[in-house]
Design a protein around this ligand. Structure first.
Ligand code: MOS
Length: 739
């Protein structure tokens, strides 16, 4: 098979559209007679809407509709028909007067312009009957409960006898870690444009999952799935926050229905802090038992995270602890506390980003106690097989990641003695951690059409979140077809295309890429057969297995140069109809036979000002084993982006709910800190060669999230190495360093 196009650092095919401002995001879409909606949110954390005076708002200039629970369309099952968490949220669709969190949608104002809608929304008078709200995580812990399951995983796990092993361990350590609330802040806020034609609904929506949004809308409004179409050509970042449709999507559709015209609703930045998910707070206890040589004999990891009053959603902190190290006695638990906050959801590297902070800091603390190098401690506990499932890994390059990463980073320069390295007023610390994320694949469908002009169109209803899907799918298709990448166009983001799974979990290449790969191989086979069976072809009568396809030309292997046919001519001779293959692809038995994960090692250099506690991270190095890379440039960009997310989690991001009112007090990008270029130092990425024959035919593991994991721990461990101070709660800020 030719693999000319796979792996190349090709520029994004959608790059020119984006830099010229010609890529149309949902908020850019317009329709004739379109009206504009704004979301009005509750200003109390719990209770009910007691009275609404909409008179002034309704009389304001340009107002088309003021939608509240008093006049909202009554939905089947109270709007809960689609509510099957986690993919189907419990939405707030104005079906009753109850308020479950500050920021919950309580009204939608529709007007001729966004400004008129916003102005009228200010005139809405809403009185609340306040009820007692749970806003204190520590107080809520008394009512902590088990969610039973976390997606397909049990909430609790146990192997061996951890309690006995811990009691007998020569070395013991029991420490508590915590991570703060966060909210996704993609550049592009959530946006929806909804339009009805009779009983048919078309929605432009900024989403990671057109097929999921379609099913949710269909169920919510009691429509057949075929009556709903969801479209989204570009997404300006999502990170899990646009995985399942939130209330505003259905509310936009409801407003369009009741206003009898298309309605566009674009969330404002502060509205991203509550009604559209976020990462919950976690409090985690990690207990380690080890022998004097640092071999783990017992591990316990107990995580508590918050969910909302509306539904259970669990941050799966301890899943990583089940598989990362070889230890015979391990127990993990997840518990939930209910708070009057918006429902949390998946946020980049959900579970591992938070859980690896606790686990990898705990290991660092053990390394210090045993006076062992942190890499040596990890090597002594390296898991050669998946210790929880007791199956082999499909591939694992973690040892090589430690080695290559340490070498590139200059780990040898580190002193185990905190504060040993200095640069003027700065204490310099070096820290490291392991990284890992599951390599997942979901069923996906793809269609390829070979056109008579010699080009190919490949389609699937997936999304490009800014990750490079448009580009990478064209590369995968071109490789399998034997076409030039420039002759392949990939189309996505429309439920009229073959169904793709959610673009999340770092699984788009594995899932959609596998479907594209298989469909294109099948199309090439048909093309070759066509030539061999065609008396008019120079390849007539040839054995198909001897025909190669390169750059759109079919040639006989070892044949003479004139013995060739072009795909374009071949299709033209056959009636000029596109040669089309549509195919469903799904994971096979390998999922049961192997444990599939990406692994890595991340290294941080941190500078801490001795007097002011200022924190700087001038250098981060990450080494990763992610199988075969589809595009060196977009892969590098993803791996680097994950590291920046980790840096942000380590030092900056935290949403702060007001303890009295439950409002997020820093719901804007001035006070909710994310790194700008000046905050990000040198990021060095090493992709170690890894050949995985099991994971899928492309031999590719997902790489969108693995590099976020471990970063916060590496930075916190480096802060300890610089200062001798352990900070066990994220983010690590200067007040904690100075305390
Ligand atoms: Mo993600 S948090 O897998 O979109």
């Amino acid at each position: 098979m030719s693999s000319e196009s796979i792996g190349k650092p090709l520029d994004r095919v959608d790059g020119p559209l984006k830099v010229c401002g010609r890529a149309r995001y949902t908020g850019d879409e317009t329709l004739p007679r379109m009206a504009h909606a704004v979301l009005v949110q509750a200003t109390v954390p719990a209770g009910r809407v007691a009275r609404i005076d909409a008179g002034a708002a309704q009389r304001a200039p340009g107002v088309v509709l003021v939608l509240t629970h008093l006049n909202a369309l009554r939905l089947p099952q109270g709007g809960r028909a689609a509510a099957k968490p986690p993919q189907g949220r419990v939405l707030s669709l104005l079906q009753d007067d109850r308020v479950h969190y500050n920021g919950q949608p309580v009204a939608v104002v529709v007007a001729e312009t966004p400004q008129q809608a916003e102005g009228a929304a200010q005139l809405l008078r809403i009185e609340y009957e306040r009820a007692g709200a749970a806003l204190d995580f520590a107080a809520a812990r008394a009512g902590a409960y088990s969610p039973g399951k976390i997606q397909e995983n049990p909430a609790d796990s146990r192997r061996g006898d951890p309690a006995a092993a811990l009691a007998a361990a020569p070395r013991r350590q029991a420490l508590a870690y915590a991570t703060g609330h966060q909210h996704h802040n993609p550049m592009e806020p959530h946006a929806t444009l909804a339009a009805w034609e009779g009983e048919r609904l078309t929605v432009f929506d900024s989403t990671q999952y057109p097929a999921g949004a379609r099913r949710t809308l269909a169920a919510t409004f009691g429509l057949p799935v075929e009556s709903v179409r969801v479209r989204c050509a570009f997404v300006g970042g999502a990170f899990g926050g646009k995985g399942a449709p939130w209330s505003h999507v259905a509310l936009a559709a409801m407003a369009a229905r009741q206003a009898a015209r298309p309605v566009r609703l674009v969330l404002q930045r502060p509205q991203l802090f509550g009604p559209v998910g976020g990462r919950p707070r976690t409090e985690q206890r990690v207990l380690l038992g080890a022998d004097e040589g640092g071999r783990l004999t017992a591990v316990e990891h107990h995580s508590v995270s918050n969910t909302s009053m509306l539904e259970d959603w669990t941050e799966s902190c301890a899943l990583v602890t089940r598989m990362l190290y070889a230890c015979p006695n391990v127990t993990t638990t997840h518990r939930l506390v209910k708070l009057n906050l918006g429902t949390p959801t998946f946020q980049r590297a959900p579970g591992e980003a938070t859980g690896s902070f606790a686990l990898e800091c705990a290991l660092d603390e053990l390394a210090v106690a045993l006076n062992l190098d942190p890499i040596e401690l990890r090597l002594r506990n390296h898991a050669d097989r998946d210790p929880e499932r007791n199956v082999p890994f499909s591939s694992k390059s973690l040892r090589e990641c430690y080695r290559a990463g340490a070498e590139r980073f200059g780990w040898a320069r580190r002193s185990a003695q905190p504060g040993a390295l200095r640069q003027g007023n700065w204490l310099v610390g070096l820290g490291m951690a392991s990284s890992t994320r599951p390599a997942k694949r979901s069923p996906a469908a793809a269609r390829v059409r070979l056109l008579p002009d010699g080009s190919a169109v490949v389609q699937s209803s997936t999304e490009d979140l800014g990750t490079g899907t448009y580009t990478v799918m064209a590369q995968i298709a071109a490789d399998a077809l034997g076409y030039a990448v420039s002759r392949v166009r990939f189309e996505l983001g429309d439920t009229q295309l073959p169904e793709a799974p959610i673009a999340a979990g770092s699984m788009t290449v594995e899932s959609v890429g596998s479907a594209v790969h298989a469909a294109c191989l099948a199309a090439r086979q048909r093309l070759v057969q066509l030539a061999c069976d065609d008396a008019a072809s120079p390849l007539a009568g040839a054995a198909p297995q001897r025909v190669r396809v390169e750059d759109g030309w079919l040639r006989l292997d070892g044949g003479d140069a004139r013995q060739r046919d072009s795909a374009a001519a071949l299709i033209a001779r056959h009636g000029g109809q596109p040669l089309e293959v549509t195919l469903d692809s799904r994971p096979g038995p390998e999922e049961k036979q192997f444990s599939m994960h990406a692994f890595g090692a991340v290294f941080a250099e941190v500078w801490v000002d001795r007097e002011l506690g200022l924190l700087r991270v001038p250098r981060l190095t990450g080494a990763y084993g992610v199988g075969r890379v589809m595009n060196a440039k977009t892969a590098h960009s993803q791996l680097m982006g994950g590291i920046v997310w980790g840096l942000s989690q380590a030092l900056m991001e935290e949403s702060v709910p007001d303890g009295r009112y439950g409002r997020i007090v820093n719901a804007n990008l001035a006070d909710y800190h994310v790194p700008v270029n000046a905050d990000v130092g040198a990021i060095d990425i090493v992709v170690v060669p890894e050949r995985d024959e099991q994971v899928n035919a492309l031999r590719a593991k997902g790489l969108g999230e693995v590099s976020m994991t471990g970063v916060a721990a590496a930075i916190a461990n480096a802060v300890y190495n610089a200062t001798g101070k352990r900070i066990r709660e994220l983010p690590v800020t200067l007040d904690k360093v100075m305390a």
